[in-house]
Design a binder for this molecule. Structure first.
Ligand code: HEM
Length: 186
């Protein structure tokens, strides 16, 4: 994944747990990079090792770290670094989710080696969307749930997100049901 992802993991961990803990996590992960270059592609393994090491050092399930990272990605990384892209995604949660299948297409113009996730929306109704997620990567469903919570927070709505199907449990792909109160203003 692009270095911006690893840099965001680093920013989250330093901000929540401090530099000393981050250096322990990085050492445990066997990552020797002094810095991550945002627009350079790194092997996915680097990101997975950082999350795995954070899980060990902090004694927290990896899913909890991925969930927290998803919220952080939207509310900190994307909002502060790529606000214009987020704004173009939609004026409210429903619109943003409907546009999500095409969202990374714009990002590929900036990061041409991007290997983006694949999203599809079905059963859209006021305050509800069923989101289908496919990727060649494994184990990121908690990240997606964290991203969705981050988006709901960004649009200041209270959303419930439930995972209806899971690739890890043998389904063809992950499916999430997102429901929220239509109180948002455009
Ligand atoms: C401006 C905001 C965003 C930027 C710049 C961005 C960029 C990226 C980048 C660089 C990656 C790593 C993939 C690679 O390097 O090959 C990635 C992965 C991913 N993004 Fe985004 N993204 C943004 C917002 C979102 C949002 C809002 C969602 C969904 C709610 C999302 C869902 C994902 C997922 C699930 C992955 C993991 C890759 C996978 O599943 O295979 N992203 N994104």
């Amino acid at each position: 994944m692009y270095g911006m992802v690893n840099k965001a993991v680093q920013d989250l961990l330093i901000s929540k747990h401090g530099m000393e803990v981050w250096l322990r996590i990085k050492a445990k992960a066997g990552v020797e990079d002094e810095i991550f270059i945002s627009n350079q592609a790194y092997p996915d393994d680097v990101t997975y090792r950082l999350v795995g090491a954070a899980s060990e050092v902090l004694a927290l399930p990896a899913a909890q770290i991925l969930h927290e990272f998803g919220r952080w990605w939207v509310l900190e990384t994307a909002r502060h670094g790529y606000g214009h892209l987020l704004k173009a995604g939609g004026r409210n949660l429903g619109e943003f989710l409907q546009n999500l299948p095409n969202f990374h297409t714009r990002i590929m113009m900036i990061f041409p080696a991007l290997q983006p996730p694949e999203f599809q929306c079905t059963d859209a109704a006021p305050g509800q969307v069923r989101l289908h997620y496919r990727s060649h990567r494994r184990g990121l469903s908690a990240f997606v749930i964290g991203l969705l919570h981050g988006l709901a927070e960004m649009f200041a709505v209270t959303a419930e997100i439930s995972q209806e199907q899971s690739l890890d449990a043998g389904a063809d792909h992950d499916v999430f049901l997102i429901t929220w109160k239509e109180t948002e203003t455009a």
